[in-house]
Design a protein around this ligand. Structure first.
Ligand code: 7RM
Length: 652
């Protein structure tokens, strides 16, 4: 066991290893580790070499200008993101290649080729210009997962108008705050979208926000559901009327490398949302480079990222990365459980999906629903699986590998953040021997370290705080309108190093194991324990589908371990099972880590992107009133859990 002085203790051992299958390696984009050495020898030269894969109107003068903590990449260069994502593929004779297979939740389908995408993007761009949107103006986009969403994003990029996409599940207040912070004067939305078989309203929500955003001049509205909406004369316009009649060519703006491409707001743990600012060239390079190398992209792949575009994963790995690489992707509007638990597997079979990228929360939901749903479909087209958003527990990793991947597909566990823009820690599937639950190693060109409170690198085998030691092309350039908060949040704790905010340990082979947000670390009798490791231990019991662990104030130990546990279908909760799980953790990790309380719950409070909101669970565990719940996916969940917790007392 580690010493008590460790920043975060490394507790959980997982030693299964999965080398790249030889047949995968034989045809992989990267099949040996030379790329790591080349990148490490001269990172700037490496990124410059990679940047040649983009299309430039004018090449850059300087690769990197670094005045900590402010970086500029490829200064002097001029390019356009939409040209890189669309025009160049059409110009290269690949106009007939499918860019997206769209699958609506009600079952409507449409294949959109790169040539058609180009026309649609140009028409939308021309419509925005007609409305008076100029280079530099911010455009807020509030839409369901329909084709018009990536089209709108690319249209903004084409005319140099930074977009700020607000996830369609967010409330009117969240939309209002983002419109105001970005000072957006134009909004693109839809009448609504579909979720679990029912239309939900977006325009009505938008109208509530717009009542308090007087600077907004026009709203472009996509008709998706056909439900009745109020259109305000002079302000609101139908997409199908305005966009359809536009010319299908639109000259792209020549943007500077460092021109803003978009803002994406993250809620942060408290306070006002942060507008994470990404610029053009570095972001496009980071997303296209990682999409090609991490997902081993081949020309005939059918790639499906099951995230929502309203989350950074969708920006980088549904829109910019895959399109910059000319990939064929799937765009699915709805939920994984409608009309049946096999909807995802049906989609994979229909389109012959070869690469699936999704979140551990989805994998654990599928585990809970049972393997029989996947068993109904032919998933043999799959050749690579990806995971993002949270640490993936080894048991979920193994289930994903066996049940979905048939034991033949490498898994890339990709660590990154809205702020990092693209994947930074991940296996390269043709090179890296993976271990279930580890994101393995920093990608070529990326500088990372694990440090203690004082900022000293911790030896292998120990836990601490993840930091990034040098700038990277797709890094955030700031928090919109708040340079001080940017410095304070990311660069003040360890001067010259980017503070990630995640705990991490490296095992004795140097593999990185992400341990969750440092705000979630518990202090049990002086042991700094990551919630992730206790959760992984709980989930390793085959009866457990999902677990969330928090610290609860305790007069004796400072904090005590409180576990919320979701059981797999068919398993019944009982006090005995609670005792067994406490014992299981104590045996696997140590008596000091024995949970004080195990509470069975049908659900957990999660953000829209599926991250467990442990902050709210801490409130429940300690009987406090709830903090901010505006970014919860389902606001009723916490009340359900709270009601259950008053009847289920601590079972010590
Ligand atoms: C892409 C995304 C960022 C936070 C990050 C981590 C957690 C993401 C992983 C992960 C362990 C992973 N952007 N996180 N990926 N933790 N393993 N593979 O999620 O801005 O929404 O969240 O998500 O805590 O700091 S995000």
């Amino acid at each position: 066991m580690a010493q008590q002085s460790d920043a975060i203790e490394a507790l959980y051992g997982e030693n299964r290893k999965f080398p790249p299958p030889p047949e995968f390696q034989a045809r992989a984009v990267v099949s040996d580790d030379e790329i790591y050495r080349r990148a490490e020898a001269d990172p700037e030269a490496f990124w410059a070499e990679q940047a040649e894969t983009l299309d430039w109107f004018k090449p850059w003068d300087t690769v990197l200008e670094w005045e900590p903590p402010f970086a500029k990449w490829f200064t002097g260069g001029k390019l356009n993101a939409s040209v890189n994502c669309v025009d160049r593929h059409v110009a290269a004779g690949r106009g007939d290649k499918v860019a997206y297979y769209f699958e609506g939740e009600p079952g409507d389908r449409r294949a959109l080729t790169y040539a058609e995408l180009l026309t649609e993007v140009c028409r939308c761009a021309n419509a925005l210009k007609e409305l008076g949107v100029r280079r530099g103006d911010r455009v807020a986009i509030y839409m369901p997962m329909v084709l018009e969403l990536p089209i709108a994003i690319l249209a903004c990029a084409r005319i140099g108008a930074p977009h700020t996409v607000v996830f369609g599940g967010f409330s009117a207040e969240a939309l209002r705050d983002r419109i105001l912070d970005a000072d957006a004067r134009f909004v693109i939305t839809a009448d609504g979208g579909y979720r679990r078989g029912k239309p939900f309203a977006l325009k009505a929500q938008a109208d509530r926000a717009l009542a308090e955003t007087p600077a907004v001049r026009n709203v472009l509205v996509v008709r998706r559901t056909g439900e009745e909406v109020a259109m305000q004369g002079g302000r609101d316009l139908w997409w199908h009327e305005v966009v359809a009649r536009q010319a299908d060519e639109c000259e792209p703006e020549q943007m500077d490398s460092e021109d803003m491409l978009y803002l994406l707001y993250t809620s942060g743990s408290t306070g006002k949302p942060k507008g994470i600012l990404h610029t053009t060239a570095g972001y496009l390079l980071g997303t296209s480079f990682t999409h090609r190398h991490v997902f081993d992209l081949q020309d005939d792949d059918i790639y499906w990222c099951a995230a929502d575009i309203g989350w950074v994963t969708g920006h980088s790995y549904i829109v910019y990365g895959p399109l910059a690489n000319g990939a064929t992707g799937v765009l699915y509007e709805g939920t994984p459980d409608y009309p049946g638990f096999d909807r995802w597997w049906e989609i994979i079979e229909r389109y012959g999906v070869t690469i699936l990228y999704c979140a551990p929360t989805a994998i654990r939901a599928h585990m809970k629903w049972g393997a029989e749903h996947a068993g109904k479909h032919d998933l043999s087209s799959l050749r690579l699986l990806g995971s993002v958003g949270e640490p993936i527990n080894p048991e979920a990793w193994i289930w994903y590998h066996q049940t979905i991947g048939g034991g033949r597909c490498p898994i890339v566990d990709t660590w990154w953040q809205t702020e990092t823009g693209s994947i930074l820690i991940s296996p390269l599937p043709g090179v890296t021997t993976t271990k279930p639950g580890s994101a393995t190693f920093p990608l070529p060109g990326i500088g990372a370290d694990v440090v203690d409170e004082a900022g000293n690198s911790v030896p292998l085998g120990r836990g601490g705080y993840l930091v990034l030691t040098r700038p990277w092309p797709s890094m955030l350039r700031g928090i919109y309108g708040d340079p001080e908060r940017y410095k304070e949040t990311y660069w003040s704790r360890y001067p010259g190093k980017y503070f990630v905010g995640d705990g991490c340990k490296r095992d004795d082979e140097g593999y990185y194991w992400l341990l969750g947000r440092v705000d979630d670390v518990m202090n049990i009798s002086g042991h700094r324990i990551s919630t992730t490791e206790i959760e992984s231990s709980l989930v390793s019991d085959p009866r457990v589908a999902e677990a969330a662990v928090v610290g609860q104030p305790d007069p004796v130990t400072g904090e005590a371990i409180f576990c919320f546990v979701i059981l797999r279908s068919g398993v019944t909760a009982s006090p005995e099972l609670g005792q067994e799980l406490r014992q299981h953790v104590a045996k696997q990790i140590g008596a000091f880590a024995r949970p004080k309380t195990v509470m069975f719950t049908p659900d957990l409070p999660k953000t829209r992107s599926g991250k467990i909101m442990r902050r709210l669970l801490r409130d429940v565990a300690s009987g406090r009133t709830l903090g901010d719940t505006t970014t919860l996916a389902d606001a009723s969940v916490v009340e359900q859990i709270r009601a259950a917790s008053t009847s289920a007392k601590s079972d010590e």
